[in-house]
Design a protein around this ligand. Structure first.
Ligand SMILES: O=C(CO)[C@@H](O)[C@H](O)COP(=O)(O)O
Length: 231
């Protein structure tokens, strides 16, 4: 049971060290199956190069383990909170990829400086506020999910139009329609963060891409009348 779901999460996990998005046991991947009301997630603390598909843990939508022989990722409550609030999100990836993490540690939004960004993100990728002491001392991973939701709600950002966030002092989370797409969004985020840091270094006054160009690039890939690729 759950073989396909486990295999999808396992394959996406293997993409993380291969693409340089994570080393050792850092980060995690999950996939929700809304019909069967389960979430498959990486086991906690298992190195990617030792992981097997059967190690992926299956939980219910509240985060209780229903099938698996290992403990789920410590970030499971963050994933649970996002799946509960955002029905359009089907898979979530958390990494500590260096450039995106540097922005998160500096508490800086990733601004859209060019079409590379606009092809995936319809506006800035926001950085959350820092978590307060009582939030960290309390249900820390659940509060991480809450602060992500708060950031998107307060700024009026749609999670399907900006499929990533920077959690202050922590790192990036990205999501998508499946686990592979979520990893790809995390990879685009990392590349854009890298370029943005250098854009700012070369020109501290660098301006975001004009709105009409952002719009053109985003819409041709993701809009109602998208034309990009082999349609
Ligand atoms: O940031 C964190 C912990 O908050 C994670 O990314 C860890 O680096 C991996 O945790 P597990 O998924 O192995 O529990």
């Amino acid at each position: 049971m759950y073989e396909r779901l486990r295999q999808e999460v396992f394959d996406a996990c293997q993409m993380l060290p291969r693409t340089g998005l994570a080393i050792l046991t850092w980060g995690n991947v999950s996939r929700v199956d809304r019909k069967n009301e389960v979430i498959a997630i990486k086991p906690s603390g298992v190195p990617y190069d030792m992981m097997k598909p059967e190690d992926i843990v299956v939980c219910d939508l509240q985060g209780r383990v229903v099938d698996g022989h290992l403990r789920p990722s410590s970030d499971l409550p963050t994933h649970v909170a996002l799946y509960a609030a955002w029905p359009q999100v089907e898979a979530i990836v958390h990494t500590h990829s260096p450039w995106a993490t540097m922005l998160a540690q500096a508490g800086i939004d990733l601004k859209p400086f060019g079409t590379t960004h606009a092809d995936t993100f319809y506006g800035p990728v926001p950085c959350t506020r820092p978590l307060a002491r009582n939030e960290v001392d309390g249900d820390y991973e659940l509060e991480t999910g809450r602060v992500i939701l708060e950031t998107f709600q307060e700024r009026g950002i749609a999670p399907d139009q900006v499929p990533a966030v920077l959690v202050a002092s922590h790192g990036p989370f990205a999501w998508g329609h499946d686990a592979k797409q979520a990893v790809e969004n995390a990879l685009v985020l990392e590349q854009c963060a890298w370029m943005a840091v250098f854009d700012r270094l070369m020109d501290p006054e660098v301006m975001p891409v004009p709105a009409y160009l952002l719009d053109r690039h985003y819409q041709r890939k993701h809009g109602e009348h998208a034309t990009y690729g082999q349609r």
